[in-house]
Design a protein around this ligand. Structure first.
Ligand SMILES: [Zn+2]
Length: 490
């Protein structure tokens, strides 16, 4: 089925019920389509539903376009923040290589404000459920293999719950409030709760005005830094396997963060023209589309098949699979020019980095000094771009590298483990310590050195000589031993 979005009708029709709201003149607050009463029933206009589930399944919900309540104030755009911000204005997208995800990962600190009713009996979300939503965002924005997001396109945008609050105090990135007015998305809660919106993505969960979610505007409107800047999600459609079936897999947040980072719906502004970077959703690799799809149907509008699996349509969570490459670029452009203070650098801790020869577990400074990109935390390579190790870990003179055994052997290293970690601890010395009287009578102790010299002389190694450390074919030897012997022979 396909429904024409009729947001303007919905807002006009319900505004009279909620004119007690005092703040919507600033565009940041919106009249609610539906609210939850203390007995748990849902009131939408003069309709009463037994539950949010009944409401989500109703014609009322779909006819009012309630999957998303984002309003884009594109009739009044401010001046761009600078020349290059013109690459992703309200009215135009330039998907240049500067916004390619390969340029590097952008990491966004997140705070989630869970708002319950005054008695705390409605709207609760556990910390684990909040964490699961962050996981879903990363699965979708990084197209992580083995997850629901694996068929998407990697935007190299990562999300993490903030570890420091705006004052620098430790935090888990989650706040809880009990306020029935706020719970029903009223009362300017963001003026009390927002963390610096230049530096944090502020999520709020409540009844979201009867929508599944919304943002007040695209960042192109200059909202970053104001307390109204936010992503609002219905508490029943937040997190993985939430109660809000069929909007239960966390894709409401994926969709709303798309707006938060500058994306239109795939159907916004009608079919547009062939000038696809300046009409419709200002993206050319999304087909022209005139109206949203619900469910998971393959519909067509504007003479071409809709991309109904795009996160920026209205289909069921299980139906959505991807952003397009140009959507990723528009989001990264929006982030860099309209939310320039939002992303944080990688944490300075030990981790995994990718060098030309493989995935090396070293400190970040070592990675950077060797031209590698720091790609994760802890001791394991994060999935992309470090490939999974085909075989095991081996120890070379410069560190512990995850490579195949054959590569290790070919480089004189010992195969030491399997999986992504060096085993057991962490790499033994490459070669036995060589001792000898190099300044006296020239006598030498050390089997490997003996073998090396024999190799230089064209003789095979004697039994017991260290063959792992010396390549008898080429006559080279690595590590301290190499220097020792080189010095000796010279
Ligand atoms: Zn939307």
């Amino acid at each position: 089925m396909m429904y024409r979005r009729s947001m303007s009708f919905a807002l006009v029709a319900t505004a009279s019920l909620f004119l007690a709201s005092s703040t919507h003149a600033d565009g940041a607050h919106r009249p609610s389509l539906a609210i939850e009463t203390d007995d748990g029933t849902v009131r939408a206009g003069d309709l009463v539903f037994d539950s949010w589930q009944a409401y989500f399944e109703s014609d009322y919900f779909q006819e009012n376009g309630s999957r998303c309540g984002t309003v884009i104030n594109q009739n009044n755009p401010p001046a761009p923040h600078g020349g290059s911000a013109s690459d992703c204005t309200y009215n135009f997208t330039n998907p240049s290589a500067a916004y390619d995800p390969a340029v590097g990962r952008l990491r966004i600190p997140v705070v989630v404000h869970v708002i319950r009713n005054s008695s705390g009996t409605q709207g609760n979300i556990t910390e684990a459920m909040v964490a699961s939503q962050i996981d879903v965002l990363n699965e979708d924005y990084l197209a992580l293999p083995g997850t629901n997001g694996q068929n998407g396109t990697n935007a190299e945008i990562e999300f993490f719950l903030a570890t420091e609050d705006p004052s620098g105090n430790p935090t888990n990135g989650i706040t809880y409030s009990n306020n029935t007015t706020w719970f029903n998305d009223d009362g300017g809660y963001y003026n009390s709760l927002a963390w610096d919106t230049n530096r944090y993505l502020n999520f709020y969960t409540n009844t979201a005005g009867g929508f599944l979610g919304y943002v007040p505007d695209l960042p192109q409107g200059g909202i970053a830094g104001s307390s109204t800047d936010r992503v609002v999600c219905h508490y029943l459609s937040f997190g993985r396997n939430s109660p809000g079936f069929p909007y239960h897999l966390g894709r409401t947040a994926t969709h709303e963060v798309g707006h938060y980072l500058g994306l239109y719906h795939t159907f916004d502004n009608g079919c547009g023209s062939n000038s696809c970077y300046t009409t419709n959703d200002r993206i050319c690799d999304t087909p022209k589309q005139s109206s949203p799809n619900f469910g998971c149907s393959n519909d067509s509008s504007c003479g071409v098949s809709d991309d109904f699996r795009d996160y920026m349509d209205y289909t069921n969570d299980s139906c959505m699979t991807h952003f397009t490459s140009e959507q990723n670029k528009r989001m990264r452009c929006s982030m860099e020019h309209y939310r320039p203070n939002l992303h944080q650098d990688e944490p300075v801790v030990d981790g995994a980095c990718c060098l030309s020869f493989g995935c090396l577990i070293l400190s970040e400074s070592v990675c950077n000094g060797n031209g590698g990109d720091f790609e994760g935390t802890g001791t394991a390579c994060t999935p992309d771009p470090c490939p999974p190790p085909p075989d095991g870990a081996c120890c070379l003179s410069f560190g512990c590298v995850v490579l195949s055994e054959s590569v290790c052997d070919g480089n004189g290293g010992d195969f030491e483990g399997s999986g992504t970690a060096c085993a057991p601890d962490p790499c033994p010395p490459l070669c036995p310590t060589v001792t000898g009287d190099i300044s006296g009578d020239g006598s030498i102790l050390g089997d490997d050195v003996g073998g090396y010299i024999r190799a230089k002389m064209g003789s095979p190694p004697l039994p017991g000589e260290n063959q792992a450390c010396a390549d008898y074919g080429t006559g080279t030897i690595s590590g301290d031993t190499a220097q020792f012997v080189t010095d000796l022979l010279n």
